[in-house]
Design a protein around this ligand. Sequence first.
Ligand code: KG4
Length: 335
Amino acid sequence: MFILAIESSCDDTAAAIYVPESNTVLANVISSQNDVHALYGGIVPELASRCHIEAVWPVVESALKKAEVQLNDIALICATQGPGLVGSLLVGFTFAKALAMVRDVPCVGVDHMSGHLLSCQLEPDAPEYPYTALIVSGGNTSLYSVHSPTSYSQIGRTRDDAAGEAFDKVAKLLEMGYPGGPVISNSAEKGNPEAINFPRAWLSEDSLDFSFSGLKTSVMNHVNTLRQQQKHLELDNICASFQEAVVDVLVKKTIRAAQINGHNRVALGGGVASNKRLRTALRQACTAHGIQLYVPKPIYCTDNAAMIAYAGYQHFLAGQRVQPDDDAYSRSPLH
Ligand code: KG4
């Protein structure tokens, strides 16, 4: 069976062709809008929707071509239904519903978060259920207990900024460009993570929630003070110390979540999972606590349609189908 999946929840238009029987991704095409939004230092929702409209059909065609599959061969279409920017979601979701109707094949609406939670299942060394998952991206920073392919509960979430959003905002403040994660982590590699003692928001004891707005403000105050005093900004040290503060909280809360859940398996997902320091620190902490860590390839960590195909197929097996008048949603019901 060939599955076509479409993802358009934020600023990437993505399409994948997936064969569930062999758990094989034949094509995983992503069209990035980074150049469009870089001018503004963050995502402009109206521009994102327009770019999706231009990209959706070429991206689907490119995926079909890469997989050497015809549209006639597609037996199931899956598309991200939410959460995300509604204008962006509507492009991919409506396209998928229309294509499924025309081709007379079933269509499944997929929760973007379920895609991230299951992306590790695309790898040959996939975790058994249940496991604890940390999803950390530009729009989300949440901890989940993943009970089965279709059952998950949120056990922690950010109360303000997502971790990736904090990376993006700090990079904007430091005039380092967009997206902030890769530029900050590159700079951080040359800096001293202990140079500046930025605050960690632990919140209440045993809380699995996150908060990154105080850290962002602390970086802003540090930078503004130095700028007012016309002192040199040691960018590498600022980036390394900021990154360390983010990673420290993410790692300790994830280990705590796994302990509370009684899980000895942890999965990581979302765009910030590409962060080398996070991967290393989480791996070390997991090893020290006898926990097996599962980190998908970077291409399955960022927004992609392969994970939507995987999650969509699981929900298809559970009987889920989209109706023509089903709508996209901006907030995830997965909590
Ligand atoms: O999952 P994703 O592609 O899209 C969203 O849902 O946002 O994640 C993008 C986010 C951006 O905030 C970006 O700055 C961050 O992931 N990111 C990183 C790194 N690479 C991307 N953050 C920290 N370190 C990285 N190496």
